[in-house]
Each structure stands twice: as structure tokens, then as C-alpha cells.
Design a protein. Sequence first.
Length: 124
Amino acid sequence: MFWERFSSLCGKANVKPTPLVKQLGIAHGNVTRWKNGIIPETGALTKISNHFDCSVDYLLGRTDNPESHKQSGGEFLTQAERTLLENFRALNDEGQEKISDIAADYAALDRYKKRGQSEMADEA
């Protein structure tokens, strides 16, 4: 599925795959591997999705919407949010669990700090 999506995007942009991957800093030998069904590594997927402004999920055939990375619950995502989401989805279950735990810890700490600032403002 990746190769079909990638070659289609190249065709629409009127660029050839090998020169494009070189331009993106990806080893050109990967093109043959991808034609043979090998899925690109996370770094290459991210570079390609950023270049074409499409989601990694679209490149991998998980969605037919190339702009699925731009929306979440009807809200548009920032570039930082899209990058985080793409990297998160590329992780295995254990990695996703660790990232979720870290995010929850930071969110709890942030809420705690905001509560403390709010209480200090109320006292003033």
C-alpha cells in the first residue's frame, strides 16, 4: 500500500521518487525496497508525510483521507500536534504506553502548578 500511495503522490506532484528521496535526505536505495513491499522506517515516513502534507496513516493505507492528520474531533491540529501524533502512532504498544504515562504526568503537574497560581491570586 505504501508504494502505491507514495508513487501516486509523486505523480501528482510531477516528481520522480528517487530524486525526491535524495532531496529529503533518504537513501535512494530504499526506493527499490519500497517497490518490493518493505515499509519505510519512521524517519522516512515522517519526512515524506511532511513533504506531501499528508498523514503517515494515509501513506500506510490506514485511512483514505490524506488530510486525516489535520483534524481531531473536528479541530485542526498544529504542526507540533501532528508530528507528535505521527510519531506516537509509529511506536509499538509499549512505547505508546510510556508516552501516554509521561504525558499524563506532565499534564497533572501543569494542572497542579496552575491551581497553585490561582490560589495565590485569590489570596492577593
